[in-house]
Design a binder for this molecule. Structure first.
Ligand code: AMP
Ligand code: GLY
Length: 419
């Protein structure tokens, strides 16, 4: 079978790497891919959100399975377009992907079906906000639409909240994503994610993974797309996982079906473990980046039959097997990320030699005249396995230490919370 992976980040390199190991797969294509996916797949120069060009490529090439990485093509309806043309594609439909594409839709769904989440109000004008925000109350202001993980502003009081809403609604800090805004209760606790495969009926959870969203050590600095991750997350006990499946994942999949938004693909719940139990911060309609990198390294199964079972509605026939050893992914970013940063710097030290425990998943990289150059904010996700968490951390950082370019930034404390 020929498989197309849509996207060009670290998540897509990890997916292509895992898919390429399947005996069912003859060839993997990645659109647009990066310098790393080129070693396991053929890169196709089509942007991930150009649905028409991807559809034409998949039809002409006889692609037997398409796996969609990022949210933009899902929200644009890539799954609907491919299915209408008789192609097999893994991911939710446009209407189902709205669970990520519209925070207002997502919050209203959770309220309607009693799925635990922060109290909230949604707004489409600044005037209404003045009545809602109280001077001494911390709140979280969120642009409703897609904002590349940046549309969330934590505010310690009413004044900050109003200025956050102003920057989102009037100054259009996140473009049209801010036409509607959600203001919600500030929750405290440990943050974890649970990702699950679903065919719209069965929910098959992945092992836990913990992201590190803040730019700097000790969870300081601005939020990013994710500076590293480890799997499993010890804070996420089996008991807690079952609670999240029973109270959040299954009710959400059922709610989506009731709303005629049948959900198939990966359902990613970002959760806060509050004193009154786990609450949903957000849902994503896709695999996490960088969570996918340590997760793919721990899955023992051939991943392709799992994708196929989701598409065919027979996920209940599948189970997942996991390596017991933990994995750690350290994201190496361009200095300045998540704000402005340089591109086009040559990367050296990518050949890990003896270090069999680590894989360098590429994100923002490109090949030019035989050289690997930086081409994005998050550049690499160095991912390693070890007999225990300390060893996995050591293996990851010993690979990180060998990799150089002009203007590297990475966190030195990835995985420490799992010790
Ligand atoms: P989201 O994209 O909605 O997951 O928000 C991004 C980040 O903002 C989360 O990972 C949390 O760290 C933080 N966050 C979001 N919602 C809340 C909330 N209600 N209370 C506290 N922190 C939040
Ligand atoms: N790592 C967070 C995300 O993929 O949304």
């Amino acid at each position: 079978m020929r498989v197309l992976v849509v996207g060009g980040g670290g998540r897509e390199h990890a997916l292509a790497w895992k898919i390429a190991k399947s005996p069912l797969v003859k060839k993997v294509y990645c659109a647009p891919g990066n310098a790393g996916t080129a070693s396991v797949a053929e890169n196709i120069e089509i942007p991930a959100d150009n649905v028409n060009a991807l559809l034409q490529f998949a039809t002409v090439t006889g692609i037997g399975l398409t796996v969609v990485g990022p949210e933009q093509p899902l929200v644009k309806g890539i799954v609907d377009s491919f299915e209408e043309s008789g192609l097999r594609v893994f991911g939710p439909s446009q209407r189902a992907a709205e669970i990520e594409g519209s925070k207002v839709f997502c919050k209203d769904l959770m309220k309607k079906y009693g799925i635990p989440t922060a109290r909230y109000e949604s707004f489409d004008s600044l005037d209404q906000v003045k009545l809602f925000t109280k001077e001494d109350e911390p709140v979280v202001v969120k642009a409703s639409g897609l904002a590349a993980g940046k549309g969330v502003i934590l505010c310690s009081n009413g004044e900050e909240a109003r200025s956050a809403v102003q920057s989102i609604m009037q100054e259009k800090a996140f473009g049209n994503a801010g036409n509607q805004v959600v203001i919600e209760e500030f929750l405290t606790g440990q943050e974890v994610s649970l990702l699950a495969f679903t065919d719209g009926k069965t929910v098959l959870p992945l092992d836990s993974a913990q992201d590190h969203k803040a730019a700097f050590d000790g969870d300081k600095g601005p939020n990013t797309g994710g500076m590293g991750a480890y799997s499993p997350a010890p804070v996420f006990t089996d008991e807690l996982k079952q609670q999240v499946i029973d109270e959040i994942m299954i009710p959400t999949v059922r709610a989506m079906a009731k709303e005629s938004r049948f959900y198939r693909g990966i359902l990613y719940a970002g959760l806060m473990l509050t004193e009154s139990g786990p609450k949903v911060l957000e849902f994503n309609a896709r695999f996490g980046d960088p969570e996918t990198q340590p997760i793919m390294m721990r899955i023992k199964n051939d991943i392709v039959p799992i994708f196929e079972a989701c598409i065919d509605g027979i996920l209940s026939t599948q189970t997942l097997q996991w390596k017991q050893e933990p994995t750690v992914c350290v994201v190496m970013a361009a200095k300045g990320y998540p704000d402005s940063y340089d591109k086009g710097k040559e990367i050296t030290g990518l050949n890990l030699g003896e270090n069999q425990q680590a894989v360098v998943f590429h994100a923002g990289t490109k090949l030019e005249n035989g050289k690997v150059l930086t081409d994005g904010g998050r550049v690499l996700g160095v991912t390693a396995i070890g007999s225990d968490i300390n060893q996995a951390i050591k293996n990851a950082y010993s690979a990180v230490d060998k990799i150089k370019w002009d203007g590297i930034h990475y966190r030195k404390d990835i995985g420490n919370k799992a010790k």
